[in-house]
Design a protein around this ligand. Structure first.
Ligand SMILES: Cc1cc2nc3c(=O)[nH]c(=O)nc-3n(C[C@H](O)[C@H](O)[C@H](O)COP(=O)(O)OP(=O)(O)OC[C@H]3O[C@@H](n4cnc5c(N)ncnc54)[C@H](O)[C@@H]3O)c2cc1C
Length: 441
């Protein structure tokens, strides 16, 4: 039972040329093309499978500033405003609501960390409420437990992963851009060292600017061009229950289990950060760079299986642009969920919120979360290939900041004042070791 996702139609035909070609129809690629099209730039979005069918429909839907790393917080704040505007601009509902996010804890260290983040957030004008034991117990009354404390971030919210990105993709077409599903980009054409076209499975598009927003596939695509992009993906499993549970918070995080109300009135349930590390050739290649990241998160990670190898997204193989590529062999990265974890998640959720016992599991799925070594995305033009921009490695936080990232990329391309400072995201930073700089979240 894969993650629920609405279908959208593609544009009728592939253009022969475009000002900008965006590769990847996840939240990042879609919002990049959306903001370009709305400025009158001719833009074509290429998606090898269906818009949002990989990470961008498989996530919880949290759009948060709470506990963001300082490097990402400005983009998170701007993104919340942009999420609000998308509904007005498109006339369609993305499911976005500033419902606030609730964090509850029994752990003094965790509470101290949240208080420290609150102090930092204040310095940049972000409001979050650290909750006393009484306040936390009151806000968490659906659990029927006493809590030592918590946090409520009133200006954060959630959007609906089953429709938010497809809605924005329709917005691209409404603004004059084109969207091409089942159309993989196989490679680039270069003239005098700079981008002159994109070779797709359906023909070549002449262009001078390409954005690679291919999520977990970005590094293997870059590898074809001799670009070293250290990226690793871990497999997270998640489930949804049917509508029918009442009186629960819209979005709740606890160390044992988290829940999020979905657009249909059901809930997504997951264990935060818990993932399987499936060995792949690419992971072995970049293993040294990821030591700090995995060392920081080791308590939540467990060794996986050959699922990642089988999927082919982290292959080190070179492919030819006149032949079928791994992206066409695997239109949608749909890894097997870890069913032991799914059962554990459901059990913990029912213990925490007995109301959930009334509703059955409706869906269970997994997603590969692609990450950089320091947990901050790589966004910007790649050194050595003028006209080629990378936008990947969103490290488990990309859904919420997708609009801000897309806006910033559109700003860079059109030479406008960037909505946020792009420097923390520069891909070149990954050429130096990330030891000690892993994002706090
Ligand atoms: C279980 C889970 C929970 C999460 N929870 C949250 C959350 O609550 N909040 C949050 O902010 N983030 C969350 N995330 C992370 C978030 O989903 C990702 O960071 C974000 O969706 C990444 O978007 P993307 O556009 O970079 O990649 P993707 O959504 O993976 O999209 C990349 C797209 O590129 C396409 N593609 C790749 N190569 C090519 C090619 N050569 N040609 C054409 N198309 C190509 C792929 O088919 C894919 O559709 C979660 C992720 C998971 C898996």
């Amino acid at each position: 039972m894969p993650a629920p996702l609405i279908h959208i139609d593609s544009s009728p035909s592939l253009p022969r040329e475009a000002d900008v070609v965006v590769i990847g129809g996840g939240v990042v690629g879609v919002f990049t093309a959306y903001y370009l099209a709305r400025r009158g730039v001719s833009v074509a979005l290429l998606e090898k499978g269906r818009v949002a069918a990989e990470q961008s429909s498989r996530n919880w839907g949290w759009c948060r500033q709470q506990n963001r790393d300082a490097r990402e917080l400005p983009m998170a704040t701007k993104s919340l405003d942009l999420w609000e505007k998308v509904a007005q601009e498109t006339g369609e509902d993305t499911g976005f609501r500033r419902c606030g996010l609730l964090y509850l804890s029994q752990d003094e260290n965790e509470l101290a960390g949240w208080a420290k983040w609150r102090d930092f957030a204040r310095t940049v004008g972000v409001t979050t409420h650290v909750l006393s034991a009484e306040e936390a117990t009151e806000r968490g009354k659906a659990t029927g437990r006493k809590w030592k404390g918590g946090v409520f971030s009133p200006t954060d919210g959630t959007a609906d992963p089953s429709k938010a990105v497809p809605v924005a993709a329709r917005g691209i077409m409404a603004a004059g851009g084109t969207v091409h599903q089942n159309c993989a980009a196989r490679g680039l054409e270069l003239s005098a060292g700079r981008v002159s076209g994109v070779v797709t499975e359906a023909g070549t598009i002449r262009t001078t600017t390409v954005v690679m927003a291919g999520g977990a596939w970005a590094s293997s695509f870059c590898n074809q061009l001799g670009i070293r992009f250290p990226q690793a993906a871990v497999r997270q499993s998640i489930l949804a229950v049917a509508p029918g549970a009442n009186g629960l918070p819209d979005a709740l995080h606890t160390a044992r289990v988290s829940l999020t109300r979905r657009g249909n009135g059901g809930y997504a349930l997951a264990i935060s950060g818990r993932a399987r590390v499936d060995p792949t050739p690419q992971q072995l290649r970049f293993s040294r760079e990821f030591v700090p990241m995995f060392a920081r998160r080791w308590r939540s990670l467990a060794p996986g299986a050959f699922e990642g190898w089988r999927q082919g997204h982290e292959s080190l193989r070179k492919w030819a642009v006149d032949d079928v590529t791994p992206m066409e062999r695997n239109r949608i990265l749909d890894p097997k969920p870890d069913m032991r974890q799914i059962r554990l998640t459901y059990q913990r959720a029912c213990e925490l919120l007995p109301e959930l016992q009334r509703v059955a599991i409706s869906h269970a799925w997994a997603g590969y979360v692609d990450s950089t070594p320091d947990g901050v995305p790589a966004i910007g033009e790649v050194e050595g290939i003028p006209g080629f921009l990378l936008a990947a490695g969103f490290s488990g936080h990309g859904f919420g900041i997708g609009p801000g990232a897309g806006h910033m990329i559109a700003d860079i391309i059109t030479g406008s004042e960037p909505i946020v400072d792009p420097r923390p995201y520069r891909p070149e930073r990954l050429k130096t070791a990330a030891w000690g700089k892993v994002a706090e979240f």
